[in-house]
Structure formats: structure tokens, C-alpha cells
Design a binder for this molecule. Structure first.
Ligand code: SF4
Length: 477
């Protein structure tokens, strides 16, 4: 008889059965039935949009000080307004009686309900933080259509989501204005915007891949979303279509609706017939968010015949910035919900995000620590979205000044604003670590030089904007 002896490993894998947390542990949802809970309409109607509504759910299980901390954040720091579906609230403190002590450190709370005391006071924002940190707007070739990579585009269909994440990289455009950020508004009517996007794609055969995003496509009335994707499938050069929806996790009830399933089946059938593919890309940041309902919604979507459901999480301090948390999440996704771990993005350099951001060095260490546990095809790459460059694997940098936390990157393609830029492929582009993670000498350097550095960057950005403006008169190739 052989005796199984397991080798001790830094990460001890064991299969975990998913469990839907019991929502009746919240005083406000004590009487909510399963059929209400599983209804997309009920979930949307009971989203938490302000402190008063959160209080009506949590009652006095949570202290007044917490609600005051949350309100202060909304008034003085938040770049996103509050919007949390019950499904997501229920993944906070999933295994304990709700309490102030359990709520503060909760990983889902830390990014969906950020409080003022979470944020750093030394460097709340990096000096180089900007509201459109990836310059997606600069690269619009039609309103809402960003052409940043050679063969793929991002179509921002709408500026809303069923849930608003505190760290949203599109905080410039997505969601309601907050006391801190006035949101950019689309100027065109949706129907005109869509028509101009389709026109660009029909006349640019070099584009083969469209990320249909927002916001979150779950907020688009299904007939409008179906009509757009159907029109994309009629364009011969479009081969891959990816639908971006965090709601697969935040509001899985949406993707379980009969009309949505039937519509997706029609689209998947058409895609298969013409040799293209449709995939869903979702955004899950913590293992606790993967519940049986998320697994059911994923199964329902895979059963329509779409090619895959993949996860693009965001790496964030205090939420998932350790190897065990990342691997727990990946195994829950893969084993429990058949969602493919795909990317973890570093949190972008938006205002007030320093407490979430981690250094490139830490991201590299985490990538090393998670290698070898998951199948190769399901091992996520940790990527840094470098301004004016795009996604780069964190080990791809050219050089790294660890003292000042500045990494230097190059790229191998031009974005849509660099058609006439002879230096686009030889220039180095900078990314900045959070200053509080630097050695004291580096922090002191930033205290002394943040102003000069910003002035130099502003000169470079101005030159780049001028180059982009002059290109607008050039014919589209
Ligand atoms: S779901 Fe995506 S687009 Fe919407 S708020 Fe969250 S990160 Fe932003």
C-alpha cells in the first residue's frame, strides 16, 4: 500500500468548495427570499448608493465612526460615486457576523467602499497622477473608440456600470461626478457614436480585435448591445470580440436572465459560423467574490457557445498583494467557476490611489511567487499599463531606478497619435512607483524635486499633444 506524502510548498493548494454567503446575516436583508436575491431587478433596485442605504443594510452592527469615515471619503477623496450591488456587499465579511472590526480590513470593502482613513496622508496622489492616466481619450479615433495597439481597439460604449469600483482607471469618464471629480461627458448621441465607431472599423482593415467596454456592458440594454456586436460580426476584418463586464461577478443575476442568454447564444452562433470568437472579460480581485452564483452565470455564458470567460483583476495593496491571495483567487476562478485567470493589472496612476498601488518591484516578486502552481495557460501575467505604451509584462522594463521608483519602458508599435513621430519606438517611457514604498533617500528626492519633475513632464506632454493635434489633419491610413 502506498501512502500519499505531500511535499511542503510555500503555497499549500487545496480545492475549495464555493459557498454563497448567507445574506440574511445582514439586518436589512433578514427577510429577503432566494427568488428576490436571484433577481437582477431586485439586485439593481437594492444597490447601496449612499451611507444611509448602507446603514439600512448593516444597521448598528457597524459604528457611526465608520459611516462618518465613509462620508468624509465621498466628500473629499472619492473619484467614484458609491454603487455596490447587494451581491457584492454580501461578499464582504462572508463568514462572520458583520462588525466594524471585520468591515474595515475586508478586501472587497477596501476597494468598493473606500474610507478616508484608508488613504495615505503623506502622498495621497502621486505627483504624476492624472485623471485619464492611460491617455485613452487622447487616442480616440472616434468618440469613445481608443486605438492604442496596432490591431485592436477599445470601444467605450457607455459611461456607467452596475457597480463603481473606487480604483476605476476610467474615473475620468465613468460614473457620476463626485465632489472631487467632474466627469467628462460624451458629446454625441449613442446612436451617432456607435455609427462612427463602426465606420472607423469598416474602413480600417488592420483592426481585428474589439474590446467592447464602458463602463460595463451589463448596463447596456441588451437589444442595443446585441445590435452592436452583430454589426461587428458583419465586418470581415473583425475576428475577436471581447465583452468587458465586471457584473459577471458583481451582478451575476444579470447574465442569468433568459433574454440575455438567448441573445448571447445568437451572437455566439454567428461568431462560430464566420470563424470569429466572442469572449467575456470580467474583473475579480479577491477569492471571496467567487460564489456559486458567479459560477452559474459563467456556466450559462459558456453554454451559449462563446469561446471563453477570462479574468482581468487589479493588483492592489491590502486587497490581493500577496501570493496566497492571488493564488486563492486564481484557483477559485479556475476550479470553481471555470473562469480563466488572465491578467492582473497594476493599479493605474489616478488621483488618490497611492494606498492601493504597489511598486513594480513588488509586482515582479509576486509574479515570481505565483509561477508554477497553475497550469501555464491559466497563469496570469502581472502587467503594468505604462502611459503612452500600453500593457507590458512587469519583467519587461528596460531599466529601473529603485531609489526614485522610476521604471523605464520601450515599445514596439505606434499608437494612433504617433503616426508622424520618428522617436516613438526608441524613446523610453516612465512609470512611477508609489513614493511611500521608496527608501528614505528616494522619498527625500521626490520631496525636493516633485515640482521640477512635473514641469519637465508637462513640457514633454505639451509637445506630445501638439504632435497629436498636427496629426489630426493627416489622412487615416
Ligand atoms: S466595473 Fe470597470 S469600468 Fe466600472 S467602475 Fe469598475 S473598474 Fe470602472
Amino acid at each position: 500500500m502506498t501512502q500519499e506524502r505531500s511535499l511542503e510548498q510555500p503555497y499549500p493548494y487545496s480545492r475549495v468548495e464555493l459557498v454563497e454567503p448567507d445574506w440574511t446575516r445582514f439586518p436589512g436583508w433578514r427577510d429577503v427570499t432566494r427568488s428576490d436575491w436571484e433577481s437582477a431587478q431586485w439586485q439593481r433596485a437594492h444597490c447601496v448608493k449612499n451611507t444611509k442605504q448602507l446603514r439600512s443594510v448593516l444597521g448598528d452592527l457597524v459604528s457611526d465612526a465608520f459611516y462618518a469615515d465613509l462620508e468624509r471619503d465621498q466628500a473629499q477623496r472619492a473619484t467614484m460615486s458609491m454603487l455596490v450591488p447587494p451581491q457584492m456587499v454580501n461578499t464582504m465579511m462572508p463568514r462572520v457576523t458583520p462588525s466594524t472590526d471585520a468591515l474595515y480590513p475586508d478586501p472587497v470593502r477596501r476597494y468598493m467602499l473606500p474610507v478616508f482613513s484608508d488613504r495615505r496622508t503623506d502622498w495621497p496622489s502621486h505627483p504624476h497622477a492624472t485623471r485619464d492616466s492611460l491617455h485613452e481619450h487622447d487616442m480616440w479615433v472616434a468618440e469613445g473608440l481608443t486605438h492604442r495597439y496596432p490591431t485592436k481597439v477599445l470601444a467605450e460604449m457607455l459611461p456607467t456600470c452596475p457597480q463603481y469600483c473606487g480604483h476605476c482607471t476610467r474615473m475620468d469618464l465613468v460614473g457620476n461626478s463626485t465632489p472631487v471629480i467632474d466627469k467628462l461627458k460624451f458629446a454625441l448621441k449613442p446612436v451617432d457614436r456607435v455609427e462612427r465607431m463602426l465606420e472607423y472599423l469598416r474602413t480600417n482593415p488592420g483592426v481585428r480585435d474589439v474590446v467592447v467596454s464602458g463602463g460595463d456592458v451589463a448596463n447596456m440594454p441588451w437589444p442595443r448591445l446585441e445590435a452592436f456586436v452583430d454589426a461587428l460580426l458583419d465586418i470581415d476584418n473583425i475576428r475577436d470580440i471581447r465583452l468587458a463586464t465586471k457584473a459577471l461577478m458583481g451582478l451575476p443575476q444579470h447574465w442569468l436572465q433568459d433574454d440575455v442568454r438567448a441573445g448571447m447564444e445568437r451572437l455566439a452562433g454567428k461568431a462560430t459560423q464566420r470563424g470569429g470568437s466572442i469572449a467575456i472579460h470580467t474583473h475579480v480581485n479577491h477569492a471571496n467574490s467567487v460564489t456559486p452564483l458567479v459560477a452559474r452565470a459563467t456556466r450559462a455564458m459558456l453554454d451559449t457557445g462563446i469561446r471563453d470567460v477570462r479574468n482581468q483583476g487589479v493588483l492592489m495593496g491590502g486587497i490581493n498583494d500577496d501570493a496566497h491571495a492571488l493564488l486563492d483567487l486564481c484557483f477559485n476562478l479556475l476550479d470553481g467557476a471555470q473562469i480563466m485567470p488572465y491578467y492582473f493589472y497594476m493599479c493605474d496612476m489616478i488621483p488618490f490611489s497611492e494606498h492601493w498601488r504597489v511598486s513594480v518591484g513588488q509586482a515582479q516578486a509576486l509574479q515570481h511567487a505565483i509561477m508554477g502552481y497553475l497550469p501555464g495557460f491559466a497563469t496570469p501575467r502581472i502587467v503594468c499599463d505604462v502611459p503612452f505604451v500600453g500593457k507590458r509584462w512587469v519583467h519587461q522594463l528596460e531599466s529601473y531606478d529603485r531609489d526614485r521608483g522610476i521604471s523605464y519602458w520601450t515599445k514596439n508599435y505606434r499608437t494612433s497619435i504617433e503616426r508622424a513621430d520618428p522617436d516613438a519606438l526608441t524613446r523610453t517611457y516612465e512609470y512611477y512607483d508609489p513614493i511611500h514604498t521608496l527608501p528614505e533617500s528616494g522619498q527625500e528626492w521626490w520631496r525636493q524635486h516633485a515640482g521640477d519633475h512635473l514641469a519637465a513632464a508637462e513640457v514633454a506632454a505639451k509637445a506630445s499633444r501638439e504632435a497629436a493635434e498636427s496629426q489630426k489633419s493627416l489622412p487615416v491610413p
